[in-house]
Design a protein around this ligand. Structure first.
Ligand code: NAD
Length: 413
């Protein structure tokens, strides 16, 4: 999708087959080519590089075998990360001295020995990543806590490569940008296509978002469950789009209710010092007030369900997260709840980053005249904000949202 060449090591051949087969019948499989050895994978990658053509190549081997081959043969990828389930050394990560089948057997029979092997492998694994980083690869932790596992094994410079949030995402979180997911309860893919169509109109100024929707529609087949979509939208964008979806249901353009959620990964709902809140400007990485505030705000605003959980991506004990899901059923009451939840949920990310000293967040609260401890604004005009949202949707799509149900006198203190 990004127009580049990817080589992915995977120990489980069935997982490779799944990626190879999925989407093949519509001509857009996740994986283009299967290979058996790192040598074969690199040879094919070079052929495609010479032709200047993108390709995805799966190689049936342990990640350490691929990385070792690269180090020994002076091959330095432009970008390097790791997406093994390294957060779980027993049921997620696979050691490199056993075949997949042997490993599956050993973890049941002798979990202690299995974990010993896993930890020895992860130590080698992170050292190889550090070596490739030294040689010029743009290396980052994908959010699986692999650095911490290696650090526990004495790799003192394991944190020399940074996490993906600190490198690429923090600036998005600061302005409330994060995952926005929705699922069509009608089970009709056409309902998602309708939302895609309106997303492209509402967010026509956001070229990245429009590109994503177009690529997702082309390359990502709907899975076996209900049809769904995700994109990343920011403060206000999430509010307007959620309310618009609700009105599309009311107007009969979508057949049945839509459920809107996000991810445990977001800007204001997480305390995860090895992932989402790594390296915060004010050192507040492990402070966990915001997930609780996020949860309470969403519960009070009318979310359909909220949850508080731990361990997202990094393993239990390393993080705390708040989740929220809200139902759009086409009613005026649902619009009211969607407005409140989708106003508060991304705002909590902005407030968290405003408090931690991020300029982009401070500019955003000023722009929207939102009171925080860092400014002297002392009230927020909800009704005006509600009406501006309605106006934006009307101007872009021609669709008239419901009137607010009652006057907003509540003040944000
Ligand atoms: N950054 C994010 O937003 C984000 C999102 C999802 C998942 N994650 C994290 O990424 C990791 C992977 O998630 P997933 O849902 O893809 O998990 P998964 O378990 O479905 O897939 C991981 C794959 O890695 C393979 N594997 C394990 N050890 C290996 C090794 N040493 N060499 C080669 N292959 C190996 C497994 O066979 C498995 O197929 C998890 O730790 C998860 O928490 C991060």
């Amino acid at each position: 999708m990004a127009g580049k060449i990817a080589i992915v090591a995977e120990v489980n051949e069935k997982a490779i087959d799944r990626m190879y087969n999925e989407g093949r019948e519509r001509g857009t499989p996740y994986l283009d080519i299967k290979t058996k050895t790192p040598e074969e994978a690199i040879r094919i990658a070079k052929e495609y590089a010479e032709k200047n053509e993108p390709v995805s190549i799966g190689v049936h081997c342990n990640a350490t075998h691929l990385l070792k081959y690269m180090v020994d043969n002076n091959i330095t990828p432009l970008v390097l990360t790791d997406q093994t389930s390294a957060h779980d050394m027993l049921y997620g990560y696979f050691p490199d001295n056993l075949t997949y089948e042997e490993a599956v057997e050993l973890r049941e029979k002798d979990p202690e020995t299995y974990q010993k092997y896993s930890y020895n492998t992860v130590k080698r694994h992170v050292k190889l990543m550090l070596e490739l980083q030294k040689r010029g690869s743009e290396t980052f932790d994908y959010g699986n806590n692999i650095r911490t596992q290696a650090y526990k094994m004495g790799v003192e410079n394991a944190y020399d490569f940074e996490g993906f949030v600190i490198k690429y995402i923090r600036g998005l979180f600061a302005v409330g940008k994060g995952p926005f997911r929705w699922v069509a309860l009608s089970n009709d893919p056409q309902d998602i296509k309708t939302t895609d169509h309106y997303a492209k109109i509402l967010f026509s100024d956001d070229q990245q978002l429009v590109n994503w929707i177009t690529l997702a529609d082309k390359y990502i087949p709907f899975e076996k469950g209900l049809p769904a979509r995700v994109f990343w939208a920011g403060f206000w964008g999430r509010t307007a789009f959620g309310m618009l979806i609700n009105k599309l249901i009311h107007d009969g353009k979508i057949k049945a209710p839509i459920i809107i959620g996000r991810d445990h990964l977001d800007g204001g709902s997480v305390a995860s010092p090895f992932r989402e809140t790594e390296g915060m400007k004010d050192g507040s990485d492990a402070i966990s007030d915001y997930p609780v505030l996020n949860l309470m705000g969403n519960a009070l605003s009318g979310a359909t369900w909220v949850s508080l959980h731990g361990g997202g991506g990094v393993g239990v004990g390393y993080s705390i997260h708040a989740g929220q899901v809200i139902l759009a059923d086409g009613t005026q009451l649902a619009q009211e709840k969607l407005f409140r939840v989708l106003f508060w949920d991304p705002l909590s990310a902005v407030l968290r980053h405003d408090a931690a000293g991020y300029e982009k967040a401070q500019e955003l609260v000023k722009q929207f005249k939102i009171p925080t401890e860092n400014n002297d604004i002392n009230s927020f005009d909800y009704l005006d904000f509600y009406n501006r949202t309605r106006q934006w949707v009307k101007e872009k799509t021609g669709i008239e949202l419901f009137e607010p149900m009652k006057e907003y006198t509540m003040k944000l203190l």
